[in-house]
Design a protein around this ligand. Sequence first.
Ligand SMILES: [Fe+2]
Length: 384
Amino acid sequence: MDADRPLQILLADDDESTLSLLGTVLEARGFIVRLAATPEEAIAAVESEPFDAVVTDVVFDGESAGETILAATKKLRPQAICLLMTGYPRVDAAVQAMKVGAVDYLQKPVDPTKLAATIQRSVNEKRLAKEELPFQDLVDILSGLVAKSIESVDPYTAGHGERTRRYCRLVAEDFGLDKKTVERLELAAIAHDYGKIFLDDLGFLTKKGALTPTERREMQRHPLVGAERLGAHPQLKEVVRYVAEHHERWDGLGYPFRLKGGEISRAGRILCVVEVFDSLTTRRSYKNAWSLQKTIDYFESQAGRAFDPEILDTFLRLLEVNGQTWLEAPKIDLTAAGLLIPAERGELPTMVKASEAVPMTTPSSELPALADAGSATAQTEPLG
Ligand SMILES: [Fe+2]
């Protein structure tokens, strides 16, 4: 159906004055109208023309023929919407009309303006129902809603989910993961911090200083809470798994389950690397953005510790090509969210203050976001 062309309407009624009145008004509204005074004329018209809507009386010269016209329309022009008109409304007749495919049942005398509106609304509804939303568009819409919910409780994560999704896809495709796994990983990347929304006290999400042990324990609930909230739908099984795994570590010191090495899914291991990269290179309430070199040094120090070395190799290779773009991306998103001051927007790249630097020898147990730790060291690592 071309949305811009005029709608073609068949009006069938044995009462010529009704036909004339309704036809005149519908034409004035831009419809192309064909009139039929008998059931035979109506069915012949349906056979020859591709109507968008067929509007018919129920009773013709004492005979109930409206349903016959509707049945012919449903068979010959299944794309058309059907409306019935009658001067003798009965509940059972209305039910029968719906059974043979009428979308509405209008009592005579029919208000022409109401008829025009009913036709237009019914055709629009049918068009919308027919339009297939591509799967990827549907994912985009739902992902956007989830991301906005997360960002509403932690504005510093503006764009974090979408960036993580883009980079995860690149790594996964480079790694040769199949299309379905890549799609599920993309969903998990968007939703990985979904559990933050349901934490008891959201104030610490944007806290400037280090978390207390209690706050840290609460924060570390979010992978599991998110996985539980995403539910047990069989189609989301793998997505839920990746979300639950996104703070696990290759060496088994992560959370919530302290999974180790291959116990963590490959997609989950990709998400672990990518999510940390974007968190490190983004300004948060508790830290400045890390420079590219500092981030690379950190990742290299964590091969076989926090991260799967094979996935890390792939990621670092992609980082050589995309590093500068990926470093700039959070600034664009944070600026759009009003969270970067002009001076920061001009920096290329933003350097952390010396007081915020974490020595590369820092034991994994002191890395707040990457291990089940209770350290009171300066909070420069990503929390989420
Ligand atoms: Fe997280």
